[in-house]
Design a protein around this ligand. Structure first.
Ligand SMILES: [Zn+2]
Ligand SMILES: [Zn+2]
Length: 346
């Protein structure tokens, strides 16, 4: 009886993988699923699964027992999963941040080997009349090594054939065809989380009589032009004119669902002043909704008009009267200039 899942499948490694490859795969998956790092409710279950598979693969004795059980099950076809159900299949499902946050419908294409319809899977095509042999172009002889000619093996020297190799499947009897599947992706899935579609894994060629394994769609997130996702928090660079940044005031910012207006606090901003709670990636289960963290980037505009210069001159004059308090770095710089101007230069 097989009471363990296929450890090679769980870790996503080949059956002939080295110890180092197994260790590497385990480390990657453990990082992804460790409950301390991944707040998803599925993480604890997945982490246990990965850990159990890793322990089984490192224990030669237990692994030998497992492999024997698998062979026995396959040999007597006792209705065990290993004997009658095909392998599970993992496929990447790339989503935009918006699709992942809100959920979406997606069409998934699955590669599938199907019997060639041209030759009904035989790999050969029967002709109603003779056709020239493609190997010898109908002459019955082919050139061999040393420029000598010999009898064509393909047609037995007759030069013509009633049956040729099926060109649609190159004689294999099988063709690659994509099967499409409509999938509803629930909201708030993060990269690395999987959707399980029971019995939808593609079956390998020649195994149509077996029951298909499970298809796992693993979410990956496409790069976003505005947002970077860190945990459940969205980070966004926001260009703001230096005047607005200093004085504070209303600015428009992007959100996952469109845009919104916020009141930017005047400079200097208190700690956490650019963090908007609840506007990040939506929560799911025990994972709380994230924040939207703004990173304003000061834009220094061109000063075009004489009036602009006069206003700025006034601001500069007001600043000079209170430099120590409002711009200590600048005050310190001026102090150093004064010392250099008045004292000896060392
Ligand atoms: Zn064919
Ligand atoms: Zn021939």
């Amino acid at each position: 009886m097989i009471d363990c899942e296929d450890p090679f499948f769980v870790l996503g490694v080949a059956r002939e993988a080295s110890r180092d490859e197994i260790k590497g795969a385990y480390r990657r998956l453990a990082m992804r699923w460790h409950p301390d790092r991944n707040p998803s409710p599925a993480a604890a279950v997945e982490f246990k699964r990965v850990h159990a598979a890793y322990e089984l693969l490192l224990d030669d004795e237990r692994l030998a027992v497992w492999q024997q059980a698998r062979r026995d099950a396959a040999a007597d076809g006792a209705g065990d999963r290993a004997a009658t159900i095909g392998e599970d299949h993992i496929q990447d499902l790339p989503l935009t941040l918006e699709q992942a946050a809100a959920g979406c419908r997606r069409t998934v294409e699955l590669p599938q080997r199907v019997r060639c319809s041209t030759c009904s899977g035989s790999g050969r095509v029967q002709h109603s009349h003779s056709v020239p042999c493609p190997a010898c172009s109908g002459c019955g002889r082919v050139v061999r090594a040393g420029s000598r000619t010999g009898r064509c093996d393909n047609c037995g020297g007759r030069g013509y054939l009633r049956e040729t190799v099926c060109t649609d499947c190159a004689g294999s009897g099988w063709r690659n065809e994509a099967r499409t599947l409509e999938v509803t992706v629930p909201a708030a899935l993060l990269a690395g989380e999987r959707l399980r579609l029971a019995r939808q894994a593609p079956l390998p060629a020649g195994n149509e009589s077996r029951i298909a394994g499970d298809l796992y769609l693993e979410i990956s997130l496409l790069r976003h032009e505005l947002f970077d996702l860190a945990g459940p928090d969205l980070h966004c660079r926001v260009p703001v004119s230096i005047f607005r940044l200093l004085s504070g005031g209303r600015i428009e910012i992007p959100t996952l669902s469109g845009t919104t207006w916020i009141d930017l606090p005047p400079w200097p901003v208190a700690a956490g002043g650019h963090r908007l709670p609840g506007l990040g990636f939506p929560g799911k289960g025990v994972r709380a909704v994230g924040d939207l963290v703004l990173h304003p980037e000061a834009i220094h505009p061109q000063v075009a008009a004489r009036e602009d210069c006069q206003l700025l001159e006034l601001l500069e004059w007001r600043l000079a009267g209170d430099l120590e308090r409002r711009a200590p770095l600048l005050a310190d710089w001026q102090e150093r200039l004064r010392a250099r101007r008045d004292g000896p230069v060392a």
